[in-house]
Design a protein around this ligand. Structure first.
Ligand code: AMP
Ligand code: ZN
Length: 132
């Protein structure tokens, strides 16, 4: 059984911030920073890679509206919009969700760092990944 489907059904409580016919947003139980929020579709999809595109659009529209609202209410200086797909990317709940993570400074408890790995053959990579 899916824990987020249980929240949608009302079987598990949640601090709901926004709800409409397709979308639900609630506070993450583990507040990485103050106001950390999850936005989910009411219908179950595993992750953003296989989510219906209209629903994904509604999730991102909600993320923009709610993100601005949370910025205003908390006085945050910045915000992450993040969605993990599959275990390899750190997804622990297999029901698509967007994280909104407000930020105040680089010293916040949230650590997202981009480090360059091995040098890539950019010509070959471009040829491989360019969409026709
Ligand atoms: P991810 O690791 O990207 O799949 O994120 C899953 C998130 O769901 C984590 O940040 C958890 O803290 C959060 N979470 C798990 N169970 C609950 C719950 N019952 N209510 C609110 N947030 C939850
Ligand atoms: Zn689910």
């Amino acid at each position: 059984m899916c824990i987020f489907c249980d929240i949608v059904k009302g079987n598990i409580p949640a601090y709901k911030l926004y709800e409409d016919e397709d979308v639900l947003a609630f506070l993450d139980i583990s507040q990485v920073t103050k106001g950390h929020t999850l936005i989910i579709p009411k219908k179950h999809y595993d992750n953003f890679l296989n989510c219906d595109e209209i629903i994904l659009k509604k999730l991102t529209q909600t993320a923009q509206k709610l993100g601005n609202h949370i910025m205003k209410k908390t006085g945050a200086n910045g915000m992450h919009l993040l969605s993990n797909a599959n275990e390899a990317a750190g997804q622990s709940v297999p029901h698509v969700h967007l994280h909104l993570i407000p930020r105040w400074s680089a010293q916040d408890a949230c650590v997202i760092s981009f480090k360059e790995s091995d040098k890539q053959d950019m010509e070959a990579l471009h040829a491989l990944l360019k969409m026709d």
